[in-house]
Write a protein that binds this ligand. Structure first.
Ligand code: GSH
Length: 255
Protein backbone atom coordinates (compact mmCIF):
# COMPACT_ATOMS: atom_id res chain seq x y z
CA UNK A 1 0.00 0.00 0.00
CA UNK A 2 2.90 2.35 0.65
CA UNK A 3 4.02 1.97 -2.97
CA UNK A 4 0.84 3.67 -4.13
CA UNK A 5 1.46 6.60 -1.79
CA UNK A 6 5.08 6.72 -2.89
CA UNK A 7 4.01 6.79 -6.55
CA UNK A 8 1.47 9.58 -6.03
CA UNK A 9 4.21 11.66 -4.37
CA UNK A 10 6.39 11.03 -7.44
CA UNK A 11 3.73 12.24 -9.89
CA UNK A 12 2.98 15.31 -7.78
CA UNK A 13 6.66 16.17 -7.25
CA UNK A 14 7.23 15.85 -10.98
CA UNK A 15 4.02 17.80 -11.73
CA UNK A 16 2.92 15.17 -14.24
CA UNK A 17 -0.87 15.21 -14.83
CA UNK A 18 -2.59 11.92 -14.11
CA UNK A 19 -5.93 10.32 -13.41
CA UNK A 20 -6.16 7.68 -10.69
CA UNK A 21 -8.31 4.60 -11.16
CA UNK A 22 -8.86 3.06 -7.71
CA UNK A 23 -8.78 -0.71 -7.48
CA UNK A 24 -9.60 -2.87 -4.52
CA UNK A 25 -6.98 -5.50 -3.66
CA UNK A 26 -8.83 -8.44 -5.09
CA UNK A 27 -9.56 -6.62 -8.35
CA UNK A 28 -5.94 -5.73 -9.19
CA UNK A 29 -5.14 -8.99 -11.00
CA UNK A 30 -8.34 -9.36 -13.06
CA UNK A 31 -8.32 -5.66 -14.03
CA UNK A 32 -4.69 -5.48 -15.12
CA UNK A 33 -4.98 -8.83 -16.86
CA UNK A 34 -8.04 -7.70 -18.81
CA UNK A 35 -6.24 -4.50 -19.87
CA UNK A 36 -3.33 -6.57 -21.21
CA UNK A 37 -0.67 -5.57 -18.66
CA UNK A 38 2.35 -7.81 -18.22
CA UNK A 39 2.59 -9.39 -14.74
CA UNK A 40 5.06 -7.73 -12.38
CA UNK A 41 6.55 -11.08 -11.45
CA UNK A 42 5.86 -14.81 -11.37
CA UNK A 43 4.97 -16.25 -7.95
CA UNK A 44 6.71 -19.28 -6.43
CA UNK A 45 3.76 -21.39 -7.56
CA UNK A 46 4.38 -20.27 -11.15
CA UNK A 47 1.31 -18.00 -11.35
CA UNK A 48 1.60 -14.47 -12.81
CA UNK A 49 1.38 -11.71 -10.16
CA UNK A 50 -0.01 -8.27 -10.97
CA UNK A 51 0.60 -5.22 -8.79
CA UNK A 52 -0.12 -1.52 -8.42
CA UNK A 53 1.11 1.06 -9.13
CA UNK A 54 0.60 0.46 -12.82
CA UNK A 55 0.41 3.17 -15.50
CA UNK A 56 -1.17 3.34 -18.91
CA UNK A 57 -0.92 6.37 -21.16
CA UNK A 58 -4.25 8.11 -21.79
CA UNK A 59 -4.08 7.64 -25.56
CA UNK A 60 -3.29 3.98 -25.28
CA UNK A 61 -3.20 2.35 -28.74
CA UNK A 62 -1.13 -0.11 -30.73
CA UNK A 63 1.15 2.75 -31.82
CA UNK A 64 1.55 4.11 -28.35
CA UNK A 65 1.22 1.14 -26.06
CA UNK A 66 2.65 2.41 -22.81
CA UNK A 67 1.72 0.12 -19.96
CA UNK A 68 4.18 -0.15 -17.11
CA UNK A 69 4.29 -1.84 -13.73
CA UNK A 70 6.76 -1.73 -10.83
CA UNK A 71 7.38 1.62 -9.15
CA UNK A 72 11.12 1.70 -9.77
CA UNK A 73 10.71 0.92 -13.49
CA UNK A 74 7.91 3.50 -13.81
CA UNK A 75 9.96 6.17 -12.01
CA UNK A 76 12.91 5.54 -14.34
CA UNK A 77 10.59 5.79 -17.36
CA UNK A 78 9.17 9.10 -16.10
CA UNK A 79 12.65 10.52 -15.46
CA UNK A 80 13.65 9.78 -19.06
CA UNK A 81 10.41 10.86 -20.69
CA UNK A 82 9.76 13.99 -18.63
CA UNK A 83 13.30 15.43 -18.64
CA UNK A 84 12.25 18.89 -17.47
CA UNK A 85 10.56 17.50 -14.33
CA UNK A 86 12.30 16.94 -10.98
CA UNK A 87 14.93 14.20 -11.52
CA UNK A 88 14.49 11.30 -9.13
CA UNK A 89 17.75 9.59 -9.97
CA UNK A 90 20.06 12.57 -9.88
CA UNK A 91 23.62 11.61 -10.56
CA UNK A 92 24.71 8.19 -9.51
CA UNK A 93 24.34 4.81 -11.17
CA UNK A 94 21.34 2.61 -10.56
CA UNK A 95 23.08 0.12 -8.24
CA UNK A 96 23.35 2.83 -5.65
CA UNK A 97 19.57 3.39 -5.74
CA UNK A 98 18.89 -0.28 -5.14
CA UNK A 99 21.55 -0.42 -2.44
CA UNK A 100 19.92 2.49 -0.63
CA UNK A 101 16.45 1.00 -0.96
CA UNK A 102 17.91 -2.15 0.63
CA UNK A 103 19.24 -0.01 3.50
CA UNK A 104 15.77 1.45 4.09
CA UNK A 105 14.27 -2.05 3.94
CA UNK A 106 16.73 -3.49 6.45
CA UNK A 107 16.61 -0.56 8.89
CA UNK A 108 12.92 0.35 8.66
CA UNK A 109 10.41 -1.42 6.46
CA UNK A 110 11.39 -5.05 7.09
CA UNK A 111 11.33 -4.34 10.83
CA UNK A 112 8.04 -2.44 10.79
CA UNK A 113 6.23 -4.87 8.47
CA UNK A 114 5.40 -7.42 11.23
CA UNK A 115 3.94 -4.54 13.29
CA UNK A 116 2.08 -2.78 10.50
CA UNK A 117 1.00 -5.43 7.99
CA UNK A 118 -1.29 -7.33 10.40
CA UNK A 119 -3.14 -4.02 10.98
CA UNK A 120 -3.82 -3.53 7.29
CA UNK A 121 -7.04 -5.60 7.05
CA UNK A 122 -8.54 -3.26 9.69
CA UNK A 123 -8.49 -0.35 7.21
CA UNK A 124 -9.82 -2.39 4.27
CA UNK A 125 -13.39 -3.39 3.59
CA UNK A 126 -14.46 -6.86 2.51
CA UNK A 127 -13.58 -8.73 0.37
CA UNK A 128 -10.26 -6.84 0.12
CA UNK A 129 -9.45 -7.46 3.82
CA UNK A 130 -9.76 -11.24 3.53
CA UNK A 131 -7.99 -11.26 0.18
CA UNK A 132 -5.06 -9.31 1.66
CA UNK A 133 -4.18 -11.98 4.21
CA UNK A 134 -5.25 -15.06 2.25
CA UNK A 135 -3.18 -14.03 -0.78
CA UNK A 136 -0.02 -13.89 1.35
CA UNK A 137 -0.17 -17.11 3.39
CA UNK A 138 3.64 -17.40 3.64
CA UNK A 139 4.34 -13.78 4.43
CA UNK A 140 5.19 -14.59 8.05
CA UNK A 141 6.18 -17.87 9.65
CA UNK A 142 2.90 -17.97 11.62
CA UNK A 143 -0.78 -17.15 11.03
CA UNK A 144 -1.49 -13.42 10.58
CA UNK A 145 -3.40 -12.98 13.87
CA UNK A 146 -0.44 -14.40 15.79
CA UNK A 147 2.14 -11.99 14.36
CA UNK A 148 3.27 -9.55 17.08
CA UNK A 149 -0.02 -9.59 19.02
CA UNK A 150 -0.99 -6.63 21.22
CA UNK A 151 1.03 -6.18 24.42
CA UNK A 152 3.13 -9.28 23.75
CA UNK A 153 6.85 -9.31 24.68
CA UNK A 154 7.45 -10.14 21.02
CA UNK A 155 5.80 -6.90 19.93
CA UNK A 156 7.73 -4.86 22.46
CA UNK A 157 11.00 -6.44 21.29
CA UNK A 158 10.10 -5.72 17.67
CA UNK A 159 9.49 -2.02 18.46
CA UNK A 160 12.97 -1.90 20.07
CA UNK A 161 14.45 -3.28 16.84
CA UNK A 162 12.55 -0.60 14.90
CA UNK A 163 13.88 2.14 17.18
CA UNK A 164 17.46 0.91 16.70
CA UNK A 165 16.93 0.62 12.93
CA UNK A 166 15.60 4.19 12.77
CA UNK A 167 18.67 5.38 14.70
CA UNK A 168 20.94 3.64 12.20
CA UNK A 169 19.12 5.24 9.31
CA UNK A 170 19.34 8.64 11.01
CA UNK A 171 23.14 8.22 11.17
CA UNK A 172 23.17 7.48 7.45
CA UNK A 173 21.11 10.60 6.77
CA UNK A 174 23.67 12.59 8.78
CA UNK A 175 26.52 11.14 6.73
CA UNK A 176 24.69 11.77 3.45
CA UNK A 177 24.00 15.35 4.45
CA UNK A 178 27.37 16.26 5.90
CA UNK A 179 27.90 18.70 3.06
CA UNK A 180 24.45 20.22 2.64
CA UNK A 181 22.82 19.79 6.07
CA UNK A 182 19.43 18.97 4.58
CA UNK A 183 17.27 16.07 5.56
CA UNK A 184 17.46 13.64 2.61
CA UNK A 185 19.25 10.34 2.06
CA UNK A 186 20.05 10.59 -1.62
CA UNK A 187 18.38 13.59 -3.21
CA UNK A 188 19.85 17.04 -3.64
CA UNK A 189 17.77 18.65 -0.91
CA UNK A 190 14.45 18.13 0.82
CA UNK A 191 12.74 20.13 -1.94
CA UNK A 192 14.51 17.96 -4.54
CA UNK A 193 14.28 14.50 -3.04
CA UNK A 194 15.18 11.29 -4.88
CA UNK A 195 13.31 8.05 -5.50
CA UNK A 196 14.92 6.66 -2.34
CA UNK A 197 13.64 9.50 -0.15
CA UNK A 198 10.17 9.24 -1.67
CA UNK A 199 10.20 5.49 -1.03
CA UNK A 200 10.75 6.14 2.68
CA UNK A 201 8.17 8.94 2.78
CA UNK A 202 5.57 6.67 1.11
CA UNK A 203 6.16 4.03 3.77
CA UNK A 204 5.79 6.56 6.60
CA UNK A 205 2.57 7.86 5.01
CA UNK A 206 1.22 4.33 5.12
CA UNK A 207 2.03 4.10 8.86
CA UNK A 208 0.20 7.39 9.31
CA UNK A 209 -2.91 5.74 7.88
CA UNK A 210 -2.70 2.79 10.26
CA UNK A 211 -4.50 3.00 13.63
CA UNK A 212 -2.30 1.73 16.45
CA UNK A 213 -5.01 -0.63 17.77
CA UNK A 214 -2.31 -3.04 18.96
CA UNK A 215 0.00 -0.37 20.41
CA UNK A 216 -2.28 1.98 22.30
CA UNK A 217 -5.32 4.19 21.77
CA UNK A 218 -6.89 3.67 18.37
CA UNK A 219 -7.14 7.43 17.78
CA UNK A 220 -3.39 7.31 17.28
CA UNK A 221 -1.59 5.99 14.24
CA UNK A 222 1.57 3.92 13.96
CA UNK A 223 3.50 6.99 12.81
CA UNK A 224 2.64 8.60 16.18
CA UNK A 225 4.67 5.82 17.79
CA UNK A 226 7.52 6.35 15.30
CA UNK A 227 7.47 10.09 16.11
CA UNK A 228 8.15 9.27 19.76
CA UNK A 229 11.20 7.07 19.12
CA UNK A 230 14.68 8.52 19.81
CA UNK A 231 15.10 9.85 16.24
CA UNK A 232 11.37 10.57 15.84
CA UNK A 233 11.68 14.37 15.49
CA UNK A 234 13.76 13.89 12.39
CA UNK A 235 11.20 11.57 10.76
CA UNK A 236 8.38 13.96 11.59
CA UNK A 237 10.27 16.86 9.92
CA UNK A 238 11.14 14.60 7.00
CA UNK A 239 7.55 13.51 6.40
CA UNK A 240 6.04 16.97 6.81
CA UNK A 241 8.31 18.18 3.99
CA UNK A 242 6.21 16.02 1.64
CA UNK A 243 2.85 17.41 2.79
CA UNK A 244 2.41 19.61 -0.28
CA UNK A 245 2.77 16.60 -2.56
CA UNK A 246 0.21 14.24 -1.05
CA UNK A 247 -2.90 15.41 -2.84
CA UNK A 248 -4.90 13.02 -4.98
CA UNK A 249 -5.82 14.16 -8.49
CA UNK A 250 -9.28 15.71 -8.72
CA UNK A 251 -10.39 13.53 -11.61
CA UNK A 252 -9.82 10.22 -9.88
CA UNK A 253 -12.53 7.60 -10.16
CA UNK A 254 -13.30 4.76 -7.77
CA UNK A 255 -14.13 1.41 -9.34
N1 GSH B 1 7.66 -4.19 -6.93
C1 GSH B 1 6.35 -3.61 -7.04
C2 GSH B 1 5.50 -4.10 -5.90
C3 GSH B 1 4.13 -3.45 -5.89
C4 GSH B 1 3.16 -4.07 -4.89
O1 GSH B 1 3.46 -5.07 -4.21
N2 GSH B 1 1.98 -3.47 -4.81
C5 GSH B 1 0.92 -3.98 -3.96
C6 GSH B 1 0.12 -2.80 -3.46
S1 GSH B 1 1.16 -1.70 -2.51
C7 GSH B 1 -0.02 -4.82 -4.83
O2 GSH B 1 -0.41 -4.39 -5.89
N3 GSH B 1 -0.38 -6.03 -4.38
C8 GSH B 1 -1.27 -6.84 -5.15
C9 GSH B 1 -1.63 -8.12 -4.45
O3 GSH B 1 -1.14 -8.33 -3.34
O4 GSH B 1 -2.40 -8.88 -5.04
C10 GSH B 1 6.46 -2.08 -7.09
O5 GSH B 1 7.46 -1.54 -6.57
O6 GSH B 1 5.60 -1.42 -7.66
Amino acid sequence: MHLIRNFRLILNLKKIPYKTVWLTYESITPTLQSLGFEPTYVGQDGSPRYTCPAIQNPNYSEDSPIQLVDSLAIARYLDINYPSSLPLFPINPSEEVEERINIIDSTVTDLLDPLVMPLTPSILSEPAASYYTSSKPDCFDKPWDQVSPAQSPEREAQWKLVENGLDQLATMFDQANASNSENVLYGRSISQPSFVDVFLAGYFLWTEQMPTARDGPSDKCVFDVIKHTRSGDRWERFLRAFDDFRSVDHESSRE
